[in-house]
Design a protein around this ligand. Structure first.
Ligand SMILES: Cc1ncc(C[n+]2csc(CCOP(=O)(O)OP(=O)(O)O)c2C)c(N)n1
Length: 395
């Protein structure tokens, strides 16, 4: 409403106040509106669903959020979006329309400071043009508190189960090391104001689900272009801009191989970033995309991986390679405590699939077809999947 062209009017109240199952979808535009987003969700008894660039909008352990949406998101977010009768979008241009409400399912109120985005992804009944925090502050006194909180409570129950499932996947009792365990260790040892930057690839799935926003933590990845290799330069930029903050890059071996000379930049400028390499010796994301389309993997796996710890040391940084789960915690701690640039190269299980929150029939069919057509390492993948299920049941 910064330009005064649009503001709350009786229609807005009708939509948000009449809805019985309201969900909020918040994006990067809501990063500066934590308090307002939480207050609105509390009033509307609405689960808060976060896009990946909007991950830091509210803490991941907050009872009002169901986490991310889409391939990297959570099952409860998917359910909330597909069952809501009213959607309040705040500062998001989320492009994956298959993960938005069906046509005619929900009425939409959309807050964005760019009027061009109103109705860009799905029809919007009420576009509110303005800054997220300012607009929500103006809207809040017009909202009636929901007495029926059933929709939120249902999402909260599903989310409790989802959190347990995710924790079960962070098992240290696996060899090779699970990527989820690697991310969980970094998450546990990093500070409350740490900044995590991330490459595109399966690493983004592990970061989306196992890097928990708390305190003043931030999270950056290439949300629009999904480019590889951005994690390291983003961390360098963040450390340069915010010298006192702990800056961690969570990167793939494929991505780091593209831009590893930037380790030298970090050393030259003495930037105390920590680079954590999820080294699965493959272009993992592409492997799983091939398989889900029904084709056995092709040209995405290397028979050896670069020892990035040696590369880091050659540049003058601290570098350590980890192959056993028992060595991981000490290595990550040493890297985080190191006063200059540091790198942990962790050899992880290359057979861990980045499964979507909700598996579609056609994805499962593709998976089966790729296996029938000669997917290599079938057994290792099947073993990983079975172990995941067993761990979840045990958890
Ligand atoms: C510059 C660029 N090239 C290619 C792609 C397509 N792509 C997306 S993820 C990916 C593989 C990434 O491999 P890695 O960094 O090792 O991470 P992993 O998926 O194995 O976790 C590729 C090739 C891209 N997104 N950006």
């Amino acid at each position: 409403m910064a330009d005064g062209r649009s503001g709350p009017h009786p229609g807005d109240r009708a939509d948000l106040n009449h809805g019985t199952k309201v969900a909020m979808l918040v994006g990067a535009g809501a990063l500066g509106a934590r308090e307002e987003v939480l207050a609105t969700a509390e009033t509307l008894a609405s689960p808060i669903i976060k896009t990946l660039p909007g991950k830091a909008a509210v803490p991941d352990d907050h009872p009002l959020t169901t986490g991310g949406l889409g391939l990297l998101g959570t099952k409860p977010s998917e359910a909330a979006v597909h069952e809501c009768d009213t959607l309040l979008m705040v500062g998001t241009n989320f492009p994956y329309t298959a993960h938005l409400p069906e046509p005619g399912q929900a009425r939409t109120v959309q807050i964005d400071n760019d009027p061009v985005r109103a109705g860009n992804r799905m029809p919007t009944e009420v576009p509110l043009v303005g800054d997220a925090a300012e607009t929500l502050r103006a809207l809040l006194p017009l909202l009636e508190g929901k007495t029926d909180r059933g929709f939120l409570e249902q999402a909260q129950e599903a989310m409790a189960a989802w959190r347990e499932d995710m924790e079960a996947l962070e098992s240290p009792d696996r060899a090779p090391i699970q990527p989820q365990y690697l991310m969980a260790v970094v998450d546990r040892l990093a500070g409350d104001d740490a900044i995590l930057t991330c490459d595109s690839g399966t690493i983004a799935t592990w970061a989306a689900r196992h890097w928990r926003i708390r305190g003043d933590r931030r999270f950056y990845l290439s949300g629009n272009l999904a480019t590889m290799a951005c994690g390291l330069p983003y961390a360098i930029a963040a450390q340069w801009a915010l010298p006192g903050r702990q800056c961690i890059a969570f990167v793939g071996d494929g991505g780091l191989a593209m831009l590893m000379a930037e380790l030298d930049t970090a050393v030259r400028y003495d930037l105390p970033i920590t680079v954590v390499v999820d080294n699965n010796a493959s272009l993992g994301q592409i492997e799983w995309e091939q398989v889900v389309l029904g084709y056995p993997e092709y040209g995405v796996r290397y028979d050896r991986s670069i020892d990035f710890a040696q590369v880091a040391r050659a540049c003058g940084a601290f570098g350590v390679r980890v192959e056993k789960a028992g060595d991981l915690e000490a290595a990550v701690r040493a890297a985080l405590d190191h006063p200059g640039p540091a790198l942990v190269d962790c050899v992880v299980n290359p057979h861990e699939p980045p499964l979507p929150g909700k598996i579609e029939f056609k994805q499962a069919k593709g998976f089966a077809e790729a296996f029938l057509r000669g997917q290599p390492d079938k057994l290792a993948t099947a073993r990983t999947l079975i172990k995941d299920q067993v761990d979840k049941l045990r958890g």
